[in-house]
Design a binder for this molecule. Structure first.
Ligand code: ADP
Ligand code: MG
Length: 692
């Protein structure tokens, strides 16, 4: 009972205090990881069973979920033996006829139902011959409302020992106690057509009809996206208060630097450079993302930016996610920088300690202009006299803390930051999820690049493909073979890579074949890749661990097996491993998939070499989750909102607009405590490595 003067119960207290009478349910809630009423309300079903269709037994339809009101004419238990589980079989009847219900395993159904009982059964029906059978149906006494039958029924994620029935009963009790405590933190104008929060929660758990669920989830998704957008807007606004050194470089100096490059810039490169140079001259830290396909010339843009920073009297850093990538970047950046009169040094774990100490001393003393390396750059012994610009390659592979550690290497303000990515991000996604950054895009490739010839083949063509691989190797080229993506199991994927090495070794005797997969230690993987780069291997069989950004100009063939299993953006990335040198290059998409959508997706790849067009097509065919690989690398982990759902992308933009207004009016949400608490609870925790 609530006494006058007691603080009102709230959703973020321990649930035992906010919702009375849970009693025996409390330990179960704890087992489900739920401590507060808010957590319980947000413990949404992962799907629903629609049992709302009531039928007589004579009308039951094969293969559908449906309900029937019946009388139990008999019930018996068959004991299990060996691998066969116990079965409970009930004969059921109504005025129209009879059927059977069967339950497997020890569910103690027989204790709750007896012959003569009037019950409602709900479940999937199988009709074999003339007999209809409910398999493992839900049931409840007839004539009473039930959470489990004759309605749309929520299905929850469970942990050990908790049954769906129990979870539903507890959730119904929690909703009854907690919904009255829900205050909608959004004002009606801000909600603009979305459901009130309490209604959305009620419907999301116990919808009266399946069609109502989408609206309920939209509202919950909006709140989650608002929490995300608020953190993006806040970080953008906070940055306006941060100071960075203004690295002012004359247009003359920029053209002089550009003039020393061994090629003429593409228009996109020139545009990106002028955007970067303009940002660098501001006393506020730049956060710019430079996106462009593999081979679009991001390195040259980064090189000019670094050289400009150095000409302005500051130092630069370039951080890459792996040792091998850092060395490759060093190999391509260092000559460009040298042309522009800037010296660079490499710093990774594999650089010998003595050499490293020398490099560190030069950086500390300010003599060394640019350091290129891995996260070794973040170690305490690395200090810069005047770090002005940090370039981060494939930043989503670094955690927030690592990026912050690089930022912290600046003196007298934060360094400017330029992030590079080879994953094209469609405009809608960029607007929604990268609103804290500015974006420069390299859409054109440098002239003279031959597009990789892409063909779709089925497995019957394997002998022909193998003799083609041999002829390419005989001509001095090298080959990538990528094995099928097996999302459920990295070890199965590794096994399939090993099997493919064996198969190819038999089919192509005499060729030197290497193996790369995620279950091989990173340093050994790195070494195999280095051997491939040194032409000590002819073929590398790999899972998708083939690094983005690895440069093997001599590789001319990319063979991708069961290509239909990959996302389009991923296929395009893989294809980008070849066609980097002067040789004619080929991408073979092996697929036996017959279904037209799979075929259409592969055709998209075969017909286009434009990463942005492919990313847009992938977005419209499969949704954003697959754009950046199955683990959504580079996108925030979301619970309710789905990037597969175009409606939610639109909601993300609305959420961004509202977040902008909220931050402008009341940056800490001091006047909106309900909203602040909800959004804090919803804020997406970024894990290291999942950061953007
Ligand atoms: P990315 O890092 O975007 O994958 P790179 O910067 O490594 O691409 O460039 C790929 C190749 O194209 C390099 O060999 C580079 O020297 C060359 N390149 C870059 N820009 C140009 C240009 N404007 N004209 C001709 N070649 C270029
Ligand atoms: Mg590159």
């Amino acid at each position: 009972m609530q006494l006058a003067g007691d603080p009102p119960a709230d959703l973020d207290q321990p649930i035992s205090q906010s919702v009375k009478g849970l009693g025996r349910s409390l330990p179960t809630l704890r087992r489900l990881g739920i401590d507060t009423a808010r957590q319980a309300l947000l413990n949404l079903p992962f799907r629903y069973d629609d049992f709302s269709e009531m039928r007589s037994l004579a009308e039951l339809v094969d293969g559908e979920k449906q309900s029937a009101r019946v009388r139990v004419s008999s019930i018996r238990t068959e004991p299990g033996f060996g691998r066969r589980p116990q079965r409970v079989i009930a004969q059921i009847e109504d005025a129209s006829g009879s059927a059977e219900a069967i339950w497997f395993g020890r569910q103690f159904v027989e204790r709750r139902i007896g012959a003569g009982d009037e019950i409602v059964v709900s479940g999937k029906v199988k009709i074999t011959g003339w007999r209809a059978q409910f398999s493992g149906p839900e049931f409840s006494p007839a004539g009473r409302d039930s959470l489990h039958t004759a309605r749309v029924v929520p299905v929850y994620r469970l942990t050990g020992g908790v049954t769906q029935r129990r979870a539903r009963e507890i959730m119904a009790r929690v909703l009854a106690g907690a919904l009255p405590l829900v205050v909608d933190p959004l004002r009606p104008g801000e909600r603009a057509g979305l459901l009130p929060l309490a209604d959305a929660l009620q419907i999301a758990h116990f919808p009266t009809e399946p069609a109502a669920v989408a609206d309920a989830l939209d509202r919950l998704a909006f709140d989650e996206l608002l929490a995300l957008q608020l953190s993006l807007v806040r970080s953008r606004v906070a940055r306006e208060q941060f100071r960075a050194p203004a690295l002012v470089v004359d247009a003359d100096v920029v053209s002089e630097l550009v003039g020393r490059l061994p090629f003429r810039l593409t228009d996109d490169q020139a545009q990106a450079i002028s955007e970067v140079v303009a940002d660098l001259s501001q006393p506020m830290p730049m956060r710019r993302l430079l996106q462009g396909d593999v081979g679009s010339g991001k390195t040259a843009v980064a090189a000019v930016a670094l050289a400009a920073a150095v000409r302005a009297g500051w130092q630069g850093a370039f951080m890459a996610p792996t040792d091998l990538l850092a060395r490759q970047h060093f190999a391509s950046l260092e000559p460009l920088l040298r042309q522009m009169g800037v010296d660079a040094a490499l710093i990774t774990a594999s650089v010998p300690a003595r050499e490293r100490r020398g490099v560190e001393a030069a950086a500390r003393g300010g003599e060394s202009a640019v350091l290129i390396g891995t996260h070794a750059l973040l170690s305490e012994s690395v200090e810069f006299a005047r770090l002005g610009l940090a370039v981060i390659d494939e930043q989503h592979r670094f955690g927030v803390a690592q990026r912050a550690a690089l930022q912290a290497k600046g003196h007298g303000g934060e360094p400017h930051q330029l992030a590079l990515t080879a994953t094209p991000i469609p405009r809608t996604l960029a607007l929604a999820f990268y609103s804290d950054m500015s974006i420069s895009t390299l859409r054109q490739l440098p002239p003279g690049r031959q597009p990789t010839r892409t063909e779709i083949r089925d497995r019957s063509a394997m002998p022909k493909i193998e003799s083609f691989l041999r002829s390419e190797v005989n001509a001095g080229r090298q080959v990538f073979v990528v094995v099928p993506l097996i999302a459920e199991s990295a070890s199965l994927e590794a096994a399939s890579a090993e099997a493919e090495v064996e198969r190819l070794t038999t089919a192509l005797p005499g060729l030197r074949i290497g193996l790369l997969h995620g279950q091989i230690a990173p340093d050994i993987r790195d070494r195999a890749m280095a051997r491939f780069a040194a032409r000590e291997l002819d073929i590398v069989v790999a899972t998708t661990v083939v690094e983005v950004g690895i440069d093997i100009p001599n590789a001319s063939v990319m063979l991708i097996e069961d290509a239909e299993r990959f996302g389009l953006a991923q296929l395009h990335q893989l294809r980008g491993r070849v066609g980097r040198g002067e040789h004619r290059s080929y991408c073979i998409l092996l697929s036996d998939a017959g279904d037209p959508l799979a075929r259409r997706r592969l055709d998209t790849i075969a017909e286009s070499s434009d990463g942005f067009a492919i990313a847009e097509a992938d977005l419209s065919m499969r949704g954003a989750g697959n754009l950046l690989g199955t683990r959504q690398a580079g996108l925030p982990p979301l619970r309710v909102a789905s990037l597969f759902e175009p409606r939610h992308l639109a909601l993300a933009e609305r959420a961004r607009d509202l977040a902008t207004v909220l931050v402008r009016e009341d940056p800490t949400l001091a006047d909106r405590p309900d909203l602040r608490r909800e959004l804090d609870a919803l804020a997406v925790a970024e894990e290291p490595g999942s950061g953007r």
